[in-house]
Design a protein around this ligand. Structure first.
Ligand code: ADP
Ligand code: ZN
Length: 437
């Protein structure tokens, strides 16, 4: 395969040069950080009063972690390092886990962010001849404008369709010959269901690729989308605290996400002991943003769980690859004492071909016990009035799940298209247990 690079030099920089570059950028970032009310006191308490107090990359460890709680506490301007007149944009996180946090950008920040997104889009093989339909929420959420600017920088024709309204999405795809889309994986599955429902023939579309991100999904879900829509799906990872999209992306090898180490310093820690863990083992990703002046953020605890691949990638990029994010530390459910991540359930059910494109995880209290119910749609070829095969399918799903998660769930089958769909990040877990228990 011939790989294309947006910025060949930076994407293939050898480790020593990459680290030297990181150190320069880290010092700059510390300089900006010392201008913010939050870090001023934080860094000074650690004896860091000047960027020259950072002498090596190892000095990063002298800086305490920053948490989402810190960011909320610093609202609205505790993390701002430039005069307000120099801000050209603000974004906010989606608020999946509570009050959103705000990030400010200078003009230069937007240019740098855009170049990381463009690099990521290009790494997946897109070119200026592509027509790109950005089927994700625009607005405060970074996914919309982030990809929009990146797509334009690559030179693609960008259709800012936003999320939702599948009928209009199909019309745009057909009218303008869309070749690339960006959406959440759950919305892509919904698009596929709607395509069949509305009788849209795949031949009328020119789709080749999709970027799927903003929420965790399993390899089986990727394969399912690729097969059903006959496209290549690339995993895209980002978070508003680190600009948004453009943090870690898959190249055409589709085997792990290159984390752009000239823009971000990654660490992986044990979320309980906060100690660094050996390369290759799973832990919480901690990121330092090296490419933003307006809102510098150092050693941010993302709560996202992942690990590094240790072997180099065939594409020649030197930036290390992350394994697909399996969930957040705070996604974990404890069911009758057993720890369970929603991604474990997804992995099982998406590998069963009779299962449809949508599901829900419901946890309730039944007396003193927790009760786990998996509500899943069946695919369109299955008749809901044929009870015998349905019961057999239900039993098969239950047994497979029980084997994998060691909890005996109740399984409910639902007609395709009957479970609620979210246009943004999917809301798959309904935890109905009283909060104080
Ligand atoms: P919020 O934290 O409120 O959801 P963001 O919009 O900044 O706000 O979302 C970033 C988060 O989304 C990440 O920290 C991660 O948990 C999740 N995420 C983004 N991309 C992916 C991906 N490709 N795989 C798994 N999770 C992802
Ligand atoms: Zn690669």
């Amino acid at each position: 395969m011939i790989y294309q690079y947006w910025n060949h030099k930076m994407e293939t920089l050898d480790r020593a040069d990459l680290e030297a570059y990181q150190l320069t950028q880290l010092k700059k970032t510390v300089k900006y950080a010392l201008e913010t009310p939050f870090y001023q006191s934080r860094l000074k308490a650690e004896g860091i009063r000047h960027e020259d107090d950072i002498k090596t990359l190892a000095d990063l460890r002298r800086i305490p972690f920053t948490t989402k709680h810190d960011l909320r506490g610093g609202f609205p301007y505790g993390f701002l390092s430039i005069p307000k007149e120099a801000i050209v944009r603000l974004h906010a996180s989606s608020g999946t886990t509570g009050t959103p946090t705000t990030i400010y950008f200078s003009q230069e920040d937007i240019i740098r962010w855009t170049s990381f997104v463009a690099r990521s889009i290009y790494a997946a093989g897109c070119t200026k001849s592509d027509v790109f339909q950005n089927m994700i929420t625009y607005g405060l959420f970074t996914g919309g404008l982030g990809f929009h600017y990146g797509g334009e920088a690559v030179g693609m024709m960008v259709i800012p369709s936003g999320a939702g309204n599948t009928t209009r999405q199909f019309k745009l795809m057909q009218d303008f010959g869309t070749t690339v889309v960006h959406a959440t994986p759950s919305f892509l599955l919904h698009v596929e269901s709607k395509m069949r429902e509305e009788g849209i023939s795949r031949e009328t579309l020119r789709l080749k690729r999709a970027f799927a991100g903003a929420e965790p999904y399993s390899e089986d879900t990727r394969k399912r989308i690729e097969k059903l829509l006959a496209i290549d799906v690339y995993n895209s990872y980002g978070l508003s605290e680190m600009n948004g999209p453009g943090v870690a992306f898959e190249c055409q090898c589709k085997n792990g996400l290159h984390l752009w180490e000239d823009g971000f310093i990654p660490e992986i820690i044990d979320p309980d002991t906060l100690e660094a863990i050996p390369d290759g083992e799973t832990g919480e990703l901690v990121l330092t943003c090296l490419c933003r002046e307006a809102t510098p953020i150092l050693r941010y605890r993302t709560r996202d769980l992942t690990s590094f691949y240790t072997e180099p990638c065939a594409c020649g990029r030197t930036h290390r690859r992350l394994r697909r994010i399996t969930g957040r530390t705070d996604d974990m459910l404890i069911i009758n004492g057993v720890n369970l991540f929603p991604s474990q359930i997804e992995e099982v059910i998406m590998s069963i071909k009779e299962v449809g494109n949508n599901y829900l995880i419901v946890v309730e209290k039944e007396g003193a016990m927790d009760r786990l119910t998996i509500k899943t749609e069946v695919n369109q070829d299955i008749f809901m009035d044929d009870t015998r095969p349905l019961n057999a399918l239900k039993e098969r799903i239950r047994k497979t799940l029980q084997g994998m998660i060691t909890i005996n769930p109740k399984v409910e089958l639902h007609e395709h298209g009957s479970l609620p769909v979210s246009e943004g990040k999917a809301q798959r877990v309904q935890d109905m247990r009283p909060k104080d228990v």
